[in-house]
Design a protein around this ligand. Structure first.
Ligand SMILES: [Zn+2]
Length: 496
């Protein structure tokens, strides 16, 4: 008892000294002393260690944690959090000091769990984290695997507020002869690591020896800042809700943070007149499972087209995006965000926020969950880049080298949506007719009575104004049929 008291005092002392490492009475070492590490050890008793997330510098406690344990022998230890700190797969575990990660479970047993147990096999280090970490170490390792590749380059973007290097990665066609540029960013919120894995997947896809990679190296320059809040990333801080405001609320007249100042000053120059879009990649709440796209209404049309292309062209190696549950556009955007800044740059199609869940993805509660892994996140990144390619080919056919067969035989080329929908006075039906095609749009009542037929003699984008004056309230069906036989339907809801 007396010894335990001494131990408690020791632990308290080490906390007061802003501890990075805790040595417990049984010799076990718990540590956060590495890039991205985050934990506070409150106390321990027998084989139970009481821990909590360190929410330093944040106003709204979140859930990010990442720590290592050494010298546990072959003990089974219990780790107890102050509140629920995991999603359905429990902890993500690494036995090779962070090189590879596995989830402890695949299922629902850990939902809202406050604790987990682990049986050690020897005294070597085991790391535990909320999700798969991504820090400068992972970025450097990715860059090292492409050292002699002339299609990717790392340069200094700026120095962080604490003097760290904030990297700008340029990939694809980087010899200044590109036709398009896009901006990618992640870690405006330091803890949102899955976004960086998706971003890395996009960079890697631009270097691959396939149609997408070759198109990128011919047409597209990617400008990417994968670790915007570099200090927060390395210090293992949550970053989200940072006081007085976080990096994604810092796009204001005079930003607080060096990296945001750098985006504001450099992006218009780096992007030149060729900047087409920006994707700011985040992770959502602790238990969210939808991959979501957030756009601003003013630029929502192109963002929606992008969402539709992504849904229609994605492969199953990645995670599945579903626009019907996860496309959101806002007319009153929270001010000061990266997305809003990109949207206000001249000539940009859109800036959007992409949210990548931490643990598992699925689009509704009846679907099986898919666990995130480095490879699944990177595969999704490749799908995102491919959707960017298709969008740019459709929007800039003179620059895109779109081949007829590529575009004509895919239903994603049949873009069809209405704004607003539901509508009460008028709506605009937006559609894309594939190259070398004509199309017919027929509007019928839900039980098939023909209301209107519109013939589109030209390929490309069309916006058709529909007046509701002579229609009665109800559901209408807009059906598009192209001359090469593809069809797509849209329900329109008229309320009066
Ligand atoms: Zn975020």
């Amino acid at each position: 008892m007396k010894f335990n008291k001494i131990l408690s005092v020791l632990i308290l002392l080490s906390c007061l000294l802003s501890a990075q490492t805790w040595i417990l009475n049984n010799g076990i070492t718990v540590s956060r002393a590495y890039s991205g590490g985050n934990i506070i050890v409150d106390s321990s008793a027998n084989d139970t260690i009481y821990i909590k997330a360190d929410n330093t510098h944040t106003s709204t406690p979140w859930f990010y944690w990442n720590f290592s344990v050494k010298n546990a022998g072959s003990r089974k230890l219990n780790f107890k959090f102050d509140t629920y700190r995991m999603h359905v797969n429990g902890p993500c575990i690494s036995t090779d000091t962070g090189a590879s990660w596995q989830w402890q479970a695949n299922g629902t047993v850990w939902q809202y769990a406050r604790s987990f147990s682990y049986t050690f096999t020897d005294s070597s280090e085991v790391r535990f984290a909320f999700t798969i970490p991504y820090t400068e170490r992972e970025l450097k390792s990715f860059l090292a695997s492409h050292t002699n590749n002339q299609h990717i380059a790392e340069t200094l973007f700026c120095t962080s507020d604490s003097g760290r290097r904030v990297e700008l990665i340029r990939a694809g066609r980087i010899d200044s002869h590109c036709k398009h540029r896009i901006f990618l960013s992640s870690r405006h919120h330091a803890c949102e690591t899955t976004g960086s894995w998706v971003l890395e997947g996009m960079l890697e896809a631009a270097l691959a020896n396939d149609t997408l990679g070759r198109w990128c190296r011919d047409k597209l320059e990617i400008l990417a800042v994968p670790l915007i809040d570099k200090d927060g990333v390395e210090l293992g801080e949550q970053g989200k809700g940072r006081t007085p405001h976080d990096h994604n609320r810092d796009y204001i007249t005079i930003p607080l943070y060096n990296s945001v100042r750098a985006v504001k000053a450099q992006l218009p120059v780096l992007g030149d007149t060729l900047l087409r879009l920006g994707l700011d990649i985040h992770s959502p709440g602790q238990t969210a499972e939808n991959i979501s796209i957030y756009a601003d209404t003013a630029k929502g049309r192109d963002a929606y087209t992008f969402a539709e292309i992504l849904q229609d062209s994605q492969t199953t190696e990645g995670h599945i995006y579903d626009k019907s549950t996860a496309f959101n556009s806002f007319s009153n955007t929270t001010s000061g965000t990266c997305r809003q800044f990109v949207n206000n740059l001249p000539g940009v199609l859109f800036g959007a926020t992409l949210e990548i869940p931490y643990t598992t993805t699925r689009n509704n509660s009846t679907e099986p969950r898919k666990s995130v892994s480095k490879s699944s996140l990177k595969a999704f990144g490749k799908n995102v880049l491919n959707a960017v390619r298709i969008l740019l080919q459709e929007k800039y056919p003179e620059d895109g080298g779109t081949t007829e067969s590529e575009i004509n035989n895919k239903t994603h080329s049949l873009v069809l949506f209405a704004i607003p929908n539901p509508f009460n006075l008028a709506s605009s039906i937006n559609c894309f007719v594939p190259f070398n095609n004509t199309a017919e749009i027929s509007i019928t009542t839900i039980d098939g009575k023909m209301i209107q037929k519109i013939f589109l003699a030209k390929s490309g984008h069309h916006a058709l104004q529909i007046s509701a004056a002579s229609f009665s309230a109800g559901i209408y069906l807009a059906r598009m049929k192209t001359s090469n036989g593809l069809t797509k339907s849209l329900r329109m809801y008229l309320s009066k």
